[in-house]
Design a protein around this ligand. Structure first.
Ligand SMILES: [Zn+2]
Length: 345
């Protein structure tokens, strides 16, 4: 038998708690409705999405797929938010491809674009991971995450009270050599384009250091570090940035795999930073996925599958629930996101 064919089944006799509805209403602060990450729900009706959200106990759904083109942003605003304004928040994006044309004035231009998106109804700004890894300026040089030419953009987000959800870098193993020690070897075999070997890419450390500099330099702008502050493998690093920058928040989207394999550290982290953590699943409106997240946050179930697949896609390990207390759950499920988003409502 090849190791890749090995599918051991746990013989543990432990409890399985089925959580159908969350203990408190939920704001899903990191999700999608577009083709690539949201399962193409943009082609379905708002009421179909709302049926899933109602079943899952989700009150507000943050769709990060507004993007920057009129096509996407306006479509998502008209198709979802206009139908149920109290249930949807739509985030805009940055059109990096205009940098060659705008040159060193790109930051001012992007700020003006953001103001226009806000006027049209955008509720925040989503920055995707090409930033820091692939985005280049008019001279072809890589744009670092803390590039001062972008200061006008971040300042505008602060003035407009638009939260910035920022995803830079990726799992640390995506930057590591693809050898027998790489803990995401199977995932990278399936997605070879997710590797960022350095060189030519910058190191993981330099990208997240850029994030820390960026957040510290703009205390008047609210940043949400996606996927547990972009460094879920190192909660001490994320904690240090949260300590240093009161304008920094994190979401847990697509990272119960990481949090649940370090359950003691993760639980301490959630208790210590209960006011700074946002709920999100990043898997489209998916009832079963919501229920896995609720089980993870609410129960003390042990050693369970964090994904819907027999071989979990982020790595062959299992997770443990955090059994968070009610006051912490309530903040992570909704109060923190409401506080950030409410300024726009
Ligand atoms: Zn996402």
């Amino acid at each position: 038998m090849q190791l890749t064919d090995y599918r051991p089944r746990s013989a543990l006799v432990t409890k399985t708690t089925l959580i159908l509805q969350p203990r408190f209403p939920v704001v899903d602060a990191h999700n999608h409705l577009g083709e690539a990450f949201g399962g193409g729900w943009e082609k379905r009706t708002a009421s179909e999405v709302l049926d899933v959200l109602d079943a899952a106990g989700v009150r507000i759904y943050v769709d990060l797929d507004g993007g920057f083109s009129e096509h996407y942003l306006h479509h998502h605003l008209d198709h979802f938010k206009a139908v149920a304004p109290e249930r949807f928040r739509i985030f805009g994006g940055v059109n990096w491809s205009a940098w060659p044309e705008q040159g060193n004035r790109f930051g001012q231009w992007a700020a003006a674009q953001l103001r226009a998106q806000a006027a049209r109804g955008a509720d925040g700004l989503k920055v995707w991971k090409p930033f820091g890894l692939q985005v280049r300026d008019h001279l072809g040089a890589l744009v670092p995450v803390d590039d001062p030419r972008l200061d006008p953009l971040w300042a505008a987000a602060g003035e407009l009270h638009l939260p910035v959800v920022v995803h830079v870098a990726d799992p640390v193993a995506f930057f590591d050599p693809l050898d027998e020690h790489n803990e995401r070897w199977e995932e990278l075999q399936a997605h070879p384009d997710w590797q960022f070997p350095s060189p030519p890419y910058p190191s993981f450390e330099s990208v997240v250091t850029g994030l820390a500099n960026l957040v510290a330099r703009h205390p008047g702008t609210t940043f949400v570090g996606a996927h547990v502050g972009c460094y879920s493998e190192n909660l001490a690093w994320v904690s240090a940035l949260l300590d240093r920058c009161p304008n920094f928040f994190v979401d847990i989207a697509a990272r119960i795999s990481e949090l649940g394999r370090q359950p003691y550290s993760a639980r301490r982290f959630c208790l210590a930073y209960a006011d700074r953590i946002l709920f999100g699943i990043d898997m489209g409106p998916d009832l079963e996925a919501y229920r896995r997240y609720y089980r993870f946050l609410e129960t003390d179930d042990e050693y369970f599958n964090y994904s819907g697949r027999e071989i979990p896609d982020q790595g062959r390990w299992s997770i443990h629930g955090l059994y968070l207390p009610d006051d912490v759950l309530q903040k992570i499920y909704s109060a923190n996101a409401q506080r950030i988003l409410v300024k726009r409502s």
